[in-house]
Structures are given as structure tokens and as C-alpha cells.
Ligand binder design. Structure first.
Ligand code: APR
Length: 237
């Protein structure tokens, strides 16, 4: 069986209009990551941190899935309908919902989701589409301890067990639009080394390029549909 693991990063959503993190005009060129992406930043200035995520959340509907998200959803459909001899695990570091809006039904948001919020008192995670403020109370336990359900620097990403299982079992690992700087995702390519073919699809060389068997340079909307079509042919029943 062909067992594919796809890891996506901010680069896949760039052509939808979303900022990446580390490109010249990226989020970390405009915001201080200590302030908006750490627990310490949240404790120091919760207003500022909530405002950052409120803005990202309220802007999200303006952006539409692009051809790369759509191609991955098409790949999932081909797997689910058993049109190809393959299994697929999609992992994203992105907190946007563009994979879902493109039609992907099964994916792991390892860094959390903009449309979710977590209460640190009752530990419930809930769907959340409006703004959140330091005084907003939890609809379940009423404590005013809500935080964005985002994995900040120094915190453990979600679904690591499921991801570990998928990596230990895959024979094709594909990373799309990620700079290969942030661990543990940046280390996935090393975890599968020797067992799986590894391919990177990215606008430019990344920190991880030399770890991949193949590195394709180009934009996600060009490369991903082409790559998915290649897989659909190669894995045809
Ligand atoms: N097509 C393909 N790749 C692109 C495109 C594009 N249109 N535009 C940019 N890229 C590439 C960039 O060249 C870069 O290598 O996407 C990569 C984006 O890298 P980052 O901005 O570092 O994003 P990512 O790797 O997803 O960041 C990882 O860092 O700050 C944290 O939690 C945040 O999940 C994020 C994590």
C-alpha cells in the first residue's frame, strides 16, 4: 500500500493572500513573536494577544482556498473513493481553515486552529468564530480564562501520537510550503529517512532542503496540482 503523509505550512496559503511567517513581509516582520505567540506574552498582555488573533480570525473569510488546497482535497477524495491504491494523512501547521474549505475532511492541525478557543480552567476546546477578550467568559464553566487554541512557542503540538504513527508507517513524505525551521515539524523528514521517499515542494530552498530526496521549487498553486496528478496516475488501480 502507498502510504502518503503530507505536511503543509504557511506557503500553501500564501497565494490565497495570507501572510507567511518568515518571508520578507511575513507575520514575524510585523509582530513580536514573544508578545503574540508565547504563554509569557499572553500573561503579560492578554489584550494585545487576543487582538492579534481576533484580527486574523475576522479576516479569514476574505481568503479563499487556492488550487493547491483543492488538489490535496482531490487526492483525499481519490483515496476515500478507493480510486487509487493509497492512504493519506494530511498534517498542517496552519491555523487557517483553507484545507477544510477546499474539501479536505481529515487533517491534523498540529498548531491549533483560529476558529477554536480553549478554556484553561475546564480545559474544554470549542468552536469560536467571534472575537475573544480577556473578560470573555467560558460558555461552560464561566471562568474568564479563555485563550486561543493555538500552540505557542514552547508548547507541545497537537496530535503528536497520531502523527508519530503515520510517520512510522509511511513510504512517501511530502512537505509543502514550509521553511523547515520550527520543530517538531521540521524534523519529520528525518524521522522517515531510509523508509520513505521524501519530497519538498516550496517556493525556494528551505532550511530542510538537503534532507529531502527531491526538492521541487515553484509556487504551491503550480506544483501541488501537478504533483497530485502525478500521484493519481502513478497509484491508479
Ligand atoms: N508556494 C510555495 N511555497 C511558498 C509560497 C508559495 N506561494 N510562498 C512562500 N512559500 C514558502 C517560503 O519560501 C517559506 O519557505 O513557504 C515557506 C513558509 O515558511 P514560514 O513562513 O516559516 O511558515 P511555516 O514553515 O509554516 O512556519 C512554521 O512557524 O511561527 C510558526 O506556528 C507558526 O506554523 C508556523 C510555524
Amino acid at each position: 500500500m502507498n502510504k502518503i503523509v503530507v505536511l503543509t505550512g504557511a506557503g500553501i496559503s500564501q497565494e490565497s493572500g495570507l501572510d507567511t511567517f518568515r518571508d520578507a513581509n511575513g507575520i514575524w516582520a510585523k509582530y513580536n513573536m514573544e508578545e503574540v505567540c508565547t504563554l509569557e506574552g499572553f500573561k503579560k498582555n492578554p489584550e494585545k494577544l487576543h487582538e492579534f488573533y481576533n484580527q486574523l480570525r475576522s479576516n479569514l473569510p476574505k481568503y479563499l482556498p487556492n488550487a493547491a488546497h483543492i488538489a490535496l482535497a482531490k487526492l483525499e477524495q481519490a483515496v476515500l473513493k478507493k480510486e487509487i491504491e493509497a492512504e493519506l494523512v494530511l498534517i498542517t501547521q496552519n491555523i487557517d481553515d483553507l484545507h477544510e474549505r477546499a474539501g479536505s475532511r481529515f487533517l491534523y492541525h498540529m498548531h491549533g486552529e483560529l476558529y477554536k478557543i480553549r478554556c484553561t480552567t475546564c480545559d474544554r476546546r470549542m468552536e469560536w468564530h467571534k472575537s475573544c477578550f480577556p473578560y470573555t467568559s467560558c460558555p461552560y464553566c464561566h471562568a474568564v480564562t479563555l485563550r486561543p487554541d493555538i500552540v505557542w512557542f514552547g508548547e507541545m503540538p497537537y496530535y503528536m501520537q497520531e502523527i508519530g504513527r503515520a510517520l512510522s508507517d509511511c513510504n512517501l513524505f511530502v512537505a509543502i510550503g514550509t521553511s523547515g525551521v520550527v520543530y517538531p515539524a521540521a524534523g519529520f523528514v528525518n524521522e522517515v529517512q531510509g523508509r520513505a521517499k521524501t519530497i519538498e515542494l516550496n517556493l525556494e530552498h528551505s532550511m530542510g532542503t538537503s534532507n529531502f530526496d527531491e526538492s521541487w521549487q515553484g509556487s504551491a498553486t503550480e506544483l501541488v496540482p501537478e504533483f497530485v496528478n502525478y500521484l493519481l496516475n502513478a497509484y491508479q488501480k
